[in-house]
Every structure is written in structure tokens, then in C-alpha cells.
Design a protein around this ligand. Structure first.
Ligand SMILES: Cc1cc2nc3c(=O)[nH]c(=O)nc-3n(C[C@H](O)[C@H](O)[C@H](O)COP(=O)(O)O)c2cc1C
Length: 221
């Protein structure tokens, strides 16, 4: 298997939301989960729990639940759908890919729900999202893609009931996973200097000020 390397993967792992109909084998899925659980967690508690959803009836239900936030989300464009086409390119493509996933969610090869013990950690989610990122990087490294897509959480009670998720577990996120139709590539991110300060919040970090807006991207891509 051709491993593109950690840094190339970190610099190119996009939230690709359009999947081919290629199935994800148990071996590949196990590799993703096995990489996910290498992540750190508070006190090494490892109280994350993952539910792999492949059952079509469950995916159909999640598909329906995903429509509610989308209707709210795109309400601002409802009167003028062409306004989406007038957005800057990256925003337009991103919105179109969200729209695509909303319309095709039920065809997603695998959906992974990430849960964790409620109230156990001082930083909720802090002990779940390192595993999420490991999983997403592992997916990109193996030629798949995934992203956080929480629209089905709009019907959390129903989701809990259908998946038998106990009350003491919080649902952190929903990850659709599959082989992408599109390619991973450079990411649209603010430069380091825009978000990293030195000693005082808001105080520029001189080294970062001297770097280009794309940072060290060309070392890895
Ligand atoms: C905590 C979290 C919640 C997110 N929720 C959603 C979501 O509900 N729907 C969605 O389409 N994308 C969601 N995303 C994905 C982000 O929109 C995506 O990662 C971001 O736009 C960067 O995309 P890129 O890596 O392709 O540039 C979420 C990401 C995170 C980290």
C-alpha cells in the first residue's frame, strides 16, 4: 500500500463529501479504527466508543434527519438559488459538496458515530477529537475520505434510540466515510500569522510574520 506520508496527508486531507459506490472492506475499516484508537485521551481513559453504521435502513433514517439543518442552512439561498453560484469559488464548492452529501447521504458507504462518556472530561470532546483526526488522516492516507457531518444530530433523540446509545454517552460527531470522487489537495486555511500570537493574545509572532501565506505547504505538496 502506498503511504503518502504524514505531512503530505496533513496538508491535503480535505473534507471530501462525494463518494463512489466502492464498498469499504472490513480490513480497511479495521485499519481506520485501529489508527483512531492510537490517539491520546485524558488519563488515557479511551472511553471513546464508535458505532459503524452500514445498515441501509439506519442510513435512510439519518438521511432524512440531515434534511432539517440543511433547510435552515440554505434558507438564505432559497429565494435566489443562483446566489450560490456567485459566492467565491472555495465557498461555492464547499456549499455544493455539502448539498451533494445532503442529497446522497443514504448512499454513503460507511457512517461512523463517535461517542464518549458524558461529564467525565474537563474539556468535552477533547478526548474524542484526537481519535477523529487520526481516523480522518488514516482515511486520506489510504485513499479514502471522510469529514465531520453533524446534520443527522438534529434528531439526536431518534438517533440515540435507533442506535441504542446509552444516556451516559455523548454523541460527538458523525463521520461519513468512503472512496472520494474528488481529489485531496491543498487546503484553504488562514496563514499561521493570522491565528498564532507570541506571549500575549493578539501580539504578532515575528517569525510567522516573515512567512508566506501558504506557510511551508510547498515542502509537502
Ligand atoms: C466539529 C466540526 C463540525 C463539523 N460539522 C459539519 C457539518 O455539520 N456539516 C458539514 O458539511 N461539515 C461539517 N464539518 C466539516 C467542516 O466544514 C470542514 O472540515 C471544513 O470546512 C474544512 O474543510 P476542508 O478541509 O475541505 O478545507 C465539521 C467539522 C468539524 C471539525
Amino acid at each position: 500500500m502506498n503511504d503518502p506520508g504524514l505531512f503530505q496527508t496533513m496538508y491535503t486531507a480535505r473534507a471530501l463529501r462525494r463518494f463512489t459506490d466502492q464498498t469499504v472492506s472490513d480490513e480497511v475499516l479495521f485499519q481506520l479504527m485501529d489508527a483512531a484508537i492510537r490517539a491520546p485521551s485524558g488519563q488515557n481513559a479511551q472511553d471513546w466508543r464508535f458505532v459503524i453504521v452500514r445498515d441501509q435502513a439506519l442510513k435512510d433514517a439519518m438521511h432524512e434527519w440531515a434534511q432539517t439543518p440543511w433547510l435552515r442552512y440554505q434558507a438564505r439561498y432559497a429565494d435566489n438559488p443562483d446566489a450560490i453560484d456567485e459566492l467565491p469559488r472555495s465557498q461555492r464548492l464547499s456549499l455544493r459538496s455539502v448539498e451533494y452529501l445532503v442529497q446522497h447521504f443514504r448512499e454513503t458507504p460507511v457512517v461512523i458515530l463517535v461517542c464518549g462518556m458524558r461529564g467525565r472530561h474537563s474539556t468535552p470532546g477533547g478526548s474524542a477529537f484526537p481519535a477523529v483526526q487520526n481516523l480522518l488522516l488514516a482515511a486520506a492516507g489510504l485513499g479514502l475520505s471522510g469529514s465531520v457531518f453533524n446534520f443527522p444530530l438534529s434528531h439526536e433523540d431518534e438517533l440515540r434510540e435507533r442506535l441504542a446509545i446509552p444516556e451516559n454517552n455523548q454523541i460527538y460527531c458523525v463521520l461519513p466515510i468512503g472512496y472520494p470522487q474528488d481529489s485531496h489537495g491543498p487546503l484553504g486555511r488562514k496563514p499561521v500569522k493570522a491565528v498564532v500570537y507570541a506571549d500575549q493574545f493578539g501580539q504578532p509572532w515575528d517569525y510567522a510574520e516573515q512567512q508566506g501565506d501558504r506557510g511551508f505547504e510547498d515542502r509537502w505538496i
